[in-house]
Write a protein that binds this ligand. Structure first.
Ligand SMILES: CC(=O)SCCNC(=O)CCNC(=O)[C@H](O)C(C)(C)COP(=O)(O)OP(=O)(O)OC[C@H]1O[C@@H](n2cnc3c(N)ncnc32)[C@H](O)[C@@H]1OP(=O)(O)O
Ligand SMILES: O=C([O-])CC(=O)C(=O)O
Length: 448
């Protein structure tokens, strides 16, 4: 079994201190205030995907419908401003961000370097993972490959191993942390391997031990600067979006059965692969290319774009990259990437087209009258940047999203185990019960 040796690092020691200090807050709330009502559920929510039901807890990020995401209390610009940078980097390292996400403290440059060294020591991908990937048909979707690679490594799980040996409940967080760190350290290599196996003639670039997470990913992808900074920004922006989104919730749910982080994250990736969630970023590129193809390769006018948006809606399809289950304004992750494009690729034709969609689509969606949020989400802008730097195989984009999302969902399940969260098991009811409660004006008795 690889990577089974328990380690002590400053990050782990700090995390332990934080978890120990936090536990009494959760325990007190649960024991003394467990009956305090914080929400109620109506029939629309039971049928409609539990929208807005407040029944999950996380302190790692919070999504305000108007303002967008805050990581550990900081907005996106505040987060990027606060984190230390290495000389010559425009963006903070993923390592510094992960330290922040996990502990809530902004690391010093040295503390971020320690995470770098720690991940480096765990980065070797077992050879059988590549064998598994190579055994799959080459036209398999890269998300299927990515999720399979993660699942294949389940045999490495420190959590599963120690659980079988009778690990104490108070140690669950420790084994989860070890798995999370082992897994994170390997993801850039696995993702880049899938990319080059599928799209670059099966030629591969070995990792460079001197590089950080984002830098090494760019290096193994075979893409020159500033793709390293692009990757750092991309992974940080896509990391976490509180707990209710499909990938975070799935990871949390599966881990609540004490399935180890390999099982849980692989499941989360399968949710991210849905077109209403992470896969929307590949759908956006596909949709744009369709517009251009229909117009013989030329950039559409605003009127042509409007007509194409209506065609999509009348065809019963969604406009990918627009709308959101929680957000009611332009996603600040969209804005952050738009600002990057304005600075680095202002004249790119695809960027101009995406800006044109931003000008036209909210009006069309508002007139269409269905969506509660006509504004763009993160997926509307991310593909443009990848395309510009040469990653034009858009079915790969969700794999990059998944590498970023790992940071958030794995940090969350470490804390879940630290705070002793229970197995998740909401109650289901039947349609006949809903009809009965609808006729009675609510569920009055406690009979069912
Ligand atoms: C990283 C991420 O996961 S961000 C989201 C990525 N997904 C996309 O961009 C796909 C396009 N967007 C959507 O499908 C939706 O807006 C979602 C899935 C993101 C949110 O879904 P919901 O919370 O159910 O949205 P909402 O309450 O506004 O939906 C109401 C109606 O508007 C429709 N609607 C919502 N967004 C759109 C859109 N972009 N285009 C067309 N119709 C839309 C819904 O399909 C629904 O129609 P229905 O009543 O016929 O079922
Ligand atoms: O919050 C959501 O439901 C979807 C989303 O934007 C994300 O997970 O990044």
């Amino acid at each position: 079994m690889a990577n089974a040796k328990p380690r002590t690092t400053a990050l782990k020691a700090k995390l332990f201190e934080k978890i120990e200090a936090f536990r009494p807050r959760t325990q007190k709330l649960n024991k003394e205030f467990g009956n305090v009502v914080i929400d109620s559920v109506n029939i629309g929510q039971a049928i409609g995907g539990a929208r807005d039901v407040r029944c999950l807890v996380t302190d790692i990020s919070y999504l305000d419908p108007q303002e967008g995401i805050r990581f550990r209390g900081k907005t996106i610009p505040e987060t990027f401003a606060a984190l230390p940078r290495k000389a010559g980097f425009e963006q903070p390292t993923v390592e510094s961000f992960f330290y922040f996400l996990l502990t809530g403290d902004v690391p010093t440059a040295e503390q971020a370097l320690e995470v770098e060294a720690d991940w480096r020591s765990r980065a070797e991908v077992p050879a059988y993972v590549f064998d598994v990937l190579r055994a799959m048909p080459r036209d398999t979707h890269p998300m299927t490959m990515f999720s399979t690679a993660v699942l294949a490594m389940q045999r490495e799980s420190v959590f599963a191993h120690r659980y079988a040996e009778g690990m104490k409940k108070t140690d669950y967080w420790d084994a989860t942390y070890e798995d999370a760190m082992n897994l994170l350290a390997k993801l850039p290599h696995i993702a880049a391997y899938i990319y080059r196996m599928k799209y670059k003639g099966d030629t591969h670039i070995e990792p460079d031990a001197k590089l950080d997470f984002g830098g090494n990913f760019a290096h193994m992808m075979g893409i020159a600067k500033p793709y390293d900074d692009v990757s750092r920004m991309y992974f940080i922006l896509h990391s976490d979006h509180e707990s209710g989104n499909v990938s975070a919730h799935t990871t949390h749910l599966v881990a609540s059965a004490l399935s180890d982080p390999y099982y849980a994250f692989s499941a989360g990736l399968n949710g991210l692969a849905g077109p209403l969630h992470g896969l929307a970023n590949q759908e956006v590129l596909g949709w744009i290319q369709n517009v251009m193809k229909k117009l013989g390769g030329k950039i559409p006018t605003e009127e042509e774009l409007k007509a194409f948006l209506w065609d999509t809606l009348k065809g019963g399809q969604v406009i990918p990259g627009y709308g959101h289950a929680v957000l009611r304004k332009t996603d600040p992750r969209y804005t952050a990437q738009m600002e990057y494009c304005q600075k680095h690729l202002p004249d790119d034709p695809l960027f101009k087209l995406v800006n044109m969609i931003y000008k036209v689509a909210p009006g069309v969606l508002t007139e269409h009258g269905k969506t509660k949020n006509p504004w763009p989400n993160v997926d509307a802008q991310s593909g443009v940047i990848q395309w510009y730097y040469g990653v034009r195989e858009w079915d790969f984009y969700t794999v990059e999203f998944g590498v970023g999302r790992a940071l958030g969902v794995l940090a969350n399940i470490v804390w879940d185990r630290g705070l002793g969260y229970a197995i998740e098991r909401p109650k289901s009811v039947t349609t006949a019960m809903l009809e009965q409660w609808a006729a009675a004006g609510g569920r009055k008795g406690k009979e069912e």
